[in-house]
Design a binder for this molecule. Sequence first.
Ligand SMILES: [Ca+2]
Ligand SMILES: [Ca+2]
Ligand SMILES: [Ca+2]
Length: 219
Amino acid sequence: MGFDRPFDRISWQTEGTSSRRGFTLIEVAIVMIILGLLLGLGAELLPMLVKQSKLKDNRMLVKEARTAIIGYAHATGRLPYASANVNGSQTAGRLSGYLPWATLGITGRDPYSTTLYYAIDSHLANTTSVAQFKQRLGDLISGTLSPDLFCDGTTIRAAFIVVSAGENLRANTPNDDNNNGRIDVNDNNRFASPSSVITATYDDILEAVSLTYLYGLIP
Ligand SMILES: [Ca+2]
Ligand SMILES: [Ca+2]
Ligand SMILES: [Ca+2]
């Protein structure tokens, strides 16, 4: 039958190969060792890649929040107040706490499912026009008014900051001062440098907008 011919040929060819034999135990062992190494490598690499990817997403999220807040200032002539709770609606008069993400209309949770934190200079949430807002920034820069939000000791005079608690799920010193893992009204007005490196004890992601930078952005 015509069907049989190809099979006949294959079997003839394999039978005709003089080196045809089974794998030796050593060959199987070598393959198993290589497979084991590859699997082990994968098991180690995968969590590392997930970790790196979350960190990257988180940095982007905090940057986006920063951009949204600048947009809010442009549109309303003031910064939003912080939110007293995770629902993200600004709480009148609140200078530090949760990001008012619902007020801003953005995502409020970082890739680790912790709500972002936010703090502002006290002079910048009660203005009523863009012109007054710009004037207020100018007064803070010139020293007519005293700034009250700082990063990196007192190096950066900030208009506002946005912070993710990072992978360890806790805001760390100097962002959290009373060791409750959150940024709230009980913490002081000094925060870490935005360029702080991640260590075993500090893994917060912080973005700050300085008074002078924001002044330059407001028409
Ligand atoms: Ca942290
Ligand atoms: Ca502090
Ligand atoms: Ca705290």
